[in-house]
Design a protein around this ligand. Structure first.
Ligand code: NAP
Length: 257
């Protein structure tokens, strides 16, 4: 069967490319998935990886990736990382973008996890990391679909975690929930990075290192950085009304800036 394989979606930039480098350093063979072929090939050349060019919002291309996972038989780690943000009020932003976001964050995550878990359950080893977001713990005006799909990722991962625990399985699942991280995400979403305090930004390398430490420990939720850990703990204990009020204040401030 050779080296254990890791399949990373959204490996052509940002957090996904960092996962690829960190996993190569851990001795995994790699399958890198995204739409931009040249980017993937450049990274694959550096790491000795396989490239799978696929737009995961398209059924047929998603199926190719599912089939590749099934054929490999030794995908030991799946990183569902591909994702993007759309800024703007739900009813004003194009519905196609929201539709693609649901396909990518929800459907692709669900289908690829299903494809990977079948082999992992049979072999009784492996893991799945779903790259969610701190946004999965709190809704904010202007990113309704983003927050909703990331909340789904959190709920889905927690459900799987419980199912696996209930049968004593050693297979691990993790919802990685970063806050603001330097990558191409904000260029794609058309967001001005200068509107966010410098102290809130994290390096993708540090986010990935926290995730892999969490995977070793079998942690369900990994929230990198003490500021975000504090925020998520706070959100868990404040009353819902106060949480919503906080979101509205944040949104009004962001609009004025
Ligand atoms: N950066 C942040 O502040 C932040 C915070 C919290 C969570 N996250 C999450 O982290 C994950 C990675 O984002 P990032 O920050 O690394 O942003 P990024 O640099 O923009 O990377 C996004 C990756 O997703 C891929 N992708 C997008 N649409 C795709 C599609 N339809 N099919 C296949 N691949 C697709 C992109 O590749 P191609 O364009 O080549 O397809 C790219 O490799 C996302 O799920 C995001 O929601 C990011």
């Amino acid at each position: 069967m050779g080296r254990p394989l890791a399949l990373v979606t959204g490996a052509s930039s940002g957090i996904g490319a960092c996962f690829a480098r960190a996993l190569a350093a851990r001795g995994y063979g790699l399958i890198l998935v995204a739409r931009r072929k040249e980017r993937l090939e450049a990274l694959a050349g550096e790491l000795g990886a396989e490239v799978l060019v696929a737009n995961l919002t398209k059924d047929a291309e998603l199926k190719l990736v599912e089939d590749r996972i099934g054929a490999a038989e030794n995908v030991e780690l799946l990183v569902n990382n591909a994702g993007f943000g759309v800024m703007g009020r739900f009813w004003e932003a194009a519905v196609e973008g929201q539709d693609n976001m649901h396909r990518l964050h929800v459907l692709a995550t669900m289908r690829l996890t299903h494809a990977a878990l079948r082999g992992m359950m049979a072999r009784k080893s492996g893991g799945v990391i779903n790259v969610s977001s701190v946004a999965g713990f709190v809704q904010a005006p202007g990113s309704t679909s983003y927050g909703a799909t990331k909340r789904w990722m959190n709920a889905f991962t927690e459900g799987l975690y419980l199912e696996l625990k209930s049968i004593g399985s050693p297979v691990k699942v993790q919802a990685l929930c970063p806050g603001f991280t330097y990558s191409e995400f904000h260029d794609v979403a058309g967001m001005d990075r200068n509107l966010i305090a410098k102290s809130l930004w994290m390096r993708a390398e540090d986010v990935v290192a926290a995730s892999l430490r969490g995977l070793d420990r079998g942690n369900l939720f990994v929230v990198p950085g003490w500021r975000y850990k504090f925020l998520v703990r706070l959100l868990a204990v404040v009353p819902d009304g106060l949480r919503r009020w906080g979101s509205l204040v944040y949104a009004r401030r962001a609009k004025r800036a």
